[in-house]
Structures are given as structure tokens and as C-alpha cells.
Unconditional design. Structure first.
Length: 361
């Protein structure tokens, strides 16, 4: 009987790989964000594959992780979005991505909240007829938000030493990963509620979009606030063989957020393992009135010396609060001193330029 069931499963797989196999898809939708005029939403359509059980063996875990990177994207798939009383349609591009820039004329809510839109693929079968996708709507009552790195800022990845930490990067699952010391407590203090943060969080990373679900699961397990993510596309299309570099990608994403929310000021949180200090220094130089504080996780004990030390001094000289430490436990005291854990109605007074004092770790 077992052999018969195995043969039937193989036959079923062969049938799925015919015309119908291409038609069954999986929709990967990423949390969007909006202001009063536009809502932005991105996602990807890939070929449906039966889920793999990662198990406990090293090779099976490695296989499962490599399958995440080796997604089978599907171009030319119609995607429908029902949002804010209207319906919109688009088609996936050469790498399976879809993008919606939804016109709207709707004031932001008084406090930050998640709104939802519905995504479906009318011409292709999926496991679910439609899926709900969260849209971040920053509240009018607060005047600041958070832009944060992910790798070695929120989650320990060992990205600065891949050879030494290859197992952590390629094999460990979300529940195996460790949060950066103090990160969960710091972010919870600022957000109040990780699932429904009182302030808007935006995550900027050079991790690939393939890891979006992995990162979101890690955040949920560790109480890290959910937010809109700006990850990187490592694919290569016919017209472009080289994608944006690490610095350019992060800087471009931060500038997108600043332009999209001209009335918000931001806390920038990162680490000194992947040039966050130099990127944030440029942001402060170009947009000095838009940055309230810079928090840096010091991965190697060097952030107060050399070029990075000079850049942090320049940031401080512009009147921006800075913190640099091996973890974020001590940053919690800085947050309290700076009164960033106060209710939203106090944020305006707390972050006014005349009331700020320059502090450093």
C-alpha cells in the first residue's frame, strides 16, 4: 500500500508539471505603506512548490534554505488589488514582481495603525483565493518614526564574517536565530506593541526579498515591531547585469521614506559592520532637520575610533543625538533620558530642536 501511495504521488507530481502546473502560483506580498495621497505595495508571484520540511539534519536544512533563494518567479501573471473602495490590476514583470502605486485622497489616521488591502491572481490558481496585505499608515499625532537596519542590528547574522558564520547565515531557521542584545527591549519601548506599533517602523537591508518571510517570522518570535521593509533584489534581468550596491540601495531607500513623509523626523538605527555609520552620516548631512537620533550597534568595538568615530562626531556636531554600544541595553537608558518612550502627544515637544541636548555613549 505504501508503494502504491508513493507511485500515485509521483504521478500526481508529473501531472502538475504540465499546463496546470504553471497556472498554480504562490503570491508573496510584502507589507506596504501609505501617506495621504499614495499607497505603495509590492510583491512577487512564484511557481507553487510543495513546502519542504527542513527537519533537523544539516543537509535537509541547507536544502530548505537554498530553496528559499532559488524561487521560480513567474512573469506576465495578472494581479488584482482591491483597496480603499477601488480595484486595480497589474502584471508581474520579468522577475515575477508586481508593484502597485495606488492613488488616494484619504487623511492619515490620528494614531499609527495597519490597514489592509486584498490581493488575488484572477487567472491563476492559488492555495488561497485572495490574501490580505497590511499597509502601514503613520499616525498624525506623532511627528517621528524609525528607520532601522536588520542584519546585525536586529538579528545576529554574522554578515561581517560569512566564512566563520556560514552555518548561521545559511542553515539556521528563524526560531534558531538570536536577536541582538537589547534590540527587542529597545524596539518594544519605542513601539509599545510589536504587532501594532505606536510609531511607524521602516526596515532597510541588503538582504534579498526571498528572505522576507524568514525575517518577518523572526520579528514575530522576538517581539520586534513589524514595519515596511526595503530589501534588495539580487536577480539579473536582460537589460541590467549589475544591481545597486549596498550603500546606494540603503541610501536610496532612506531617501524614499524621507520624501514620502516630509513631516516626519526619524531615528536611524544600524550597526558599524556594513557601513551604516557612513550612510547615516550622509543622511544627516543632506537632511539635518529630518534626523532626531542615530543609534549604532558596535559589532567590533571600533565605532568611536578612526573614520567612523569622526563621522559620529560630525553627526553630533549637527545637534543629533548619537549612541554607540556593543548592544542596545544601554540605549534604553538613553531613550528614557531623551524621553522617547513618552506618549505620542509629548513627542513634538521632546524632539523640538531647541529642547535637544547632544548626548553620546
Amino acid at each position: 500500500m505504501a508503494d502504491l501511495e508513493h507511485d500515485l504521488d509521483l504521478f500526481d507530481d508529473l501531472l502538475e508539471q504540465g499546463e496546470g502546473y504553471y497556472r498554480k502560483v504562490r503570491v508573496l506580498a510584502y507589507a506596504g505603506y501609505r501617506n495621504e495621497l499614495v499607497a505603495r505595495l509590492k510583491g512577487r508571484v512564484v511557481r507553487y512548490e510543495k513546502p519542504l520540511d527542513a527537519g533537523e539534519e544539516l543537509l535537509t536544512r541547507l536544502h530548505a534554505m537554498l530553496e528559499i533563494y532559488n524561487s521560480n518567479e513567474l512573469p506576465g501573471v495578472p494581479v488584482r488589488c482591491e483597496a480603499y473602495g477601488h480595484a486595480y490590476e497589474t502584471i508581474t514583470d520579468a522577475e515575477g514582481y508586481f508593484h502597485f502605486e495606488l492613488p488616494m485622497n484619504q487623511a492619515l489616521p490620528s494614531s499609527t495603525r495597519w490597514e489592509h488591502v486584498t490581493i488575488s491572481t484572477p487567472s491563476n490558481a492559488t492555495q488561497q483565493t485572495s490574501i490580505k496585505v497590511p499597509i502601514l499608515a503613520p499616525g498624525r499625532a506623532g511627528n517621528w518614526g524609525i528607520i532601522s537596519d536588520i542584519d546585525d542590528t536586529v538579528v545576529e547574522t554574522g554578515a561581517t564574517n560569512f566564512v566563520k558564520n556560514w552555518r548561521r547565515v545559511l542553515v539556521e531557521e528563524a526560531h534558531d536565530r538570536l536577536a541582538v542584545p537589547g534590540a527587542s527591549s529597545l524596539y518594544k519601548m519605542i513601539a509599545k506593541d510589536h504587532a501594532d506599533p505606536a510609531r511607524p517602523f521602516f526596515y532597510v537591508s541588503s538582504s534579498p526579498w526571498n528572505l522576507y518571510g524568514f525575517i518577518a517570522e523572526f520579528m514575530e518570535l522576538n517581539g520586534i515591531p513589524h514595519g515596511a521593509m526595503f530589501l534588495k533584489d539580487y536577480g539579473i534581468d536582460r537589460s541590467q547585469f549589475i544591481r545597486k550596491g549596498h550603500d546606494e540601495h540603503k541610501l536610496d531607500a532612506i531617501e524614499q521614506v524621507l520624501a514620502f513623509y516630509p513631516n516626519l523626523r526619524f531615528i536611524l538605527i544600524g550597526d558599524n559592520g556594513q557601513r551604516d555609520v557612513s550612510i547615516y552620516a550622509k543622511v544627516v548631512s543632506d537632511y539635518p532637520a529630518r534626523v532626531a537620533a542615530v543609534f549604532i550597534r558596535d559589532v567590533d568595538g571600533s565605532c568611536r575610533s578612526g573614520l567612523e568615530g569622526e563621522l559620529l562626531k560630525q553627526i553630533e556636531q549637527r545637534g543629533v543625538l548619537t549612541f554607540c554600544g556593543a548592544g542596545f541595553e544601554d540605549a534604553i537608558n538613553v531613550v528614557r533620558e531623551f524621553q522617547l518612550d513618552r506618549p505620542l502627544e509629548a513627542a513634538g515637544a521632546v524632539l523640538s530642536p531647541t529642547d535637544r541636548e547632544i548626548s553620546s555613549a
